[in-house]
Design a protein around this ligand. Structure first.
Ligand SMILES: Cc1cc2nc3c(=O)[nH]c(=O)nc-3n(C[C@H](O)[C@H](O)[C@H](O)COP(=O)(O)OP(=O)(O)OC[C@H]3O[C@@H](n4cnc5c(N)ncnc54)[C@H](O)[C@@H]3O)c2cc1C
Length: 467
């Protein structure tokens, strides 16, 4: 159903005409996220102010069978926010208040369009800690983080978004508004709809208020950059660090190309990468007792020194720490700036990381593509950037999907899965048969039908085309 003037008039009545956009510039701008170079402009962009307006939009969408795609900060890497069937692009950006920081209960109540870093800084001012830190935290929204169950560098010690979500206000696809749970740290009361919403990629409801758990802030950390002469050994060192009894607060892997490209892309980082170095681990430990942190750092040294490494860079000052984190967080953009690419978000049990990395390189050789790998190695989460470089368009279209399928088959054979934190969205959906049986996929799809019988909310995502 296209959006005719009758529907537009009804939308204007709900929102006011200043929040209904049909001009090309706005539609194009809301027609993309950060997934490859895709652009799918919606027919209309809406900017509602609250749950009640979103509810009225969804009632109308059901009446006229119009697709509605919730849109957050548009930093997604799996195409979840793309309006592939046009329809309504529902930007949540006006729901951007931090409603309450509850210092008595260590909780915060927020609206979905609060930028993750803004939230982190606001609670930090009160001595509190929201640990989830996707590299995109300067521009992604907390609502998008919940919809994708986002992670980040600190997930290895502190967990991912799901571990902090206590309760959600959600506008269901039929327009009903519910709270999914309670503002409690534990809850055994009925099915856990809160966690069903987490990671549902905007297909089961529009999240309009969020209650998050917070932690007390840690005061100290030690950060080191360890260069390895073998990328496989860097991966082997990852599980060795945990087996030595250390729980790092971040343990990130970067292949040589990832660092080289980033150093060219970002100014102000003075890291020298010597000839022969193939990968780095960026390792952080944190806590409240500097002596214990130094002991842990020394223990990490004894582990990594069992491998062939070069001189370790310890970040002595806050500036140095910020520079190393800036380098790590800029890898994705640097790779994107270098070539057309496809990014996969493989995750395996961490001991299997060396096998995953070697397998990716073997598969790349077989299908003729180069890959640059980096990611949250402590979680076994490896981002695989497949680089187009000088590959022909034909090989890019035909060979790369075969290679990606083999990479996912390897990932699942290693007891891992397709996505650790970026979600399935549009670009991974036709690989879901590798991770799930038909029975499993049909069960998930029947949950979708219960919530959204008319399939108006973010259709065409998560489920394979041929299910
Ligand atoms: C440079 C870069 C680095 C990144 N690093 C990380 C990282 O370290 N870890 C990580 O996990 N991810 C990372 N990402 C991916 C991305 O930032 C996350 O997936 C993020 O959570 C998306 O949030 P967003 O607000 O941009 O959502 P969008 O891209 O706008 O939307 C993502 C999905 O959420 C849905 N959605 C958005 N808001 C709502 C809502 N209120 N209710 C219901 N559904 C909603 C959309 O429909 C869509 O399906 C990175 C991305 C980039 C570009």
């Amino acid at each position: 159903m296209s959006i005719n003037s009758e529907i537009l008039n009804k939308l204007v009545t709900i929102l006011g005409k200043e929040y209904v956009f049909i001009d090309d510039e706005t539609r194009n701008s809301y027609g993309h996220d950060e997934t490859e170079d895709f652009v799918f402009p919606p027919s209309v962009v809406l900017k509602p102010a609250n749950a009640s307006e979103i509810s009225q939009i969804l009632v109308l969408a059901n009446e006229y069978k119009i697709p509605v795609v919730p849109i957050g900060g548009r930093t997604g890497l799996s195409g979840g926010a793309l309006c592939i069937y046009q329809g309504i692009g529902l930007s949540t950006e006006r729901l951007n208040r931090i409603i309450e920081i509850d210092e008595k209960n260590l909780q915060v109540v927020v609206e979905p369009a609060v930028i993750t870093q803004v939230l982190k800084e606001a609670v930090a001012e009160k001595g509190l800690f929201y640990p989830v830190d996707p590299s995109s935290m300067g521009s992604c929204f907390i609502g998008g983080n919940i919809a994708e169950n986002s992670g980040g560098a600190r997930a290895v010690k502190y967990g991912v978004t799901k571990d902090y979500v206590l309760n959600l206000e959600v506008v269901l696809p039929d327009g009903n508004i519910i709270w999914t749970g309670a503002n409690t740290l534990k809850n055994s009361t009925g099915y856990n709809l809160t966690q069903l919403m987490v990671g549902s990629e905007g297909t089961l409801g529009v999240i309009t208020k969020i209650v998050l758990k917070l932690l007390p802030k840690n005061n100290y950390n030690v950060l080191m950059l360890v260069p390895f002469y073998s990328a496989t050994e860097a991966c082997e060192a990852v599980s060795a660090i945990f087996r030595a009894g250390i729980m790092p607060s971040a343990l990130e892997f970067m292949e040589r190309d990832a660092i080289d490209w980033t150093l060219k892309f970002v100014d102000g980082i003075s890291v020298q990468v010597k000839e022969g170095i193939k990968a780095h681990l960026l390792i952080e430990v944190d806590g409240n007792y500097p002596d214990i942190l130094m002991q842990e750092a020394e223990k990490i040294l004894t582990v990594v020194e069992q491998f062939e490494i070069d001189e370790i860079l310890f970040a002595d000052t806050e500036d140095q720490k910020n520079a190393l984190w800036k380098m790590r967080r800029s890898v994705a953009e640097a790779v994107k700036g270098n070539s057309i690419y496809k990014e996969e978000d493989t995750v395996v049990p961490r001991f299997e990381l060396p096998k995953l990395l070697e397998g990716i390189k073997r598969i790349g050789n077989k299908y003729g593509f180069k890959s640059v790998c980096y990611g949250h190695a402590g979680d076994g989460n490896l981002h695989v950037n497949i680089i187009k470089g000088d590959m022909t368009d034909d090989n890019w279209q035909t060979q790369v999907p075969l290679g990606i399928r083999e990479i996912f088959e390897l990932t699942v054979a290693l007891k891992g899965t397709l996505s650790g934190e970026h979600g399935i969205g549009l670009v991974q959906k036709n690989f879901m048969d590798i991770a799930f049986s038909k029975v499993h996929l049909e069960l998930m799809e029947s949950i979708k039908r219960v919530f959204d019988p008319n399939n108006v909310l973010n259709p065409g995502k998560i489920f394979p085309d041929n299910l």
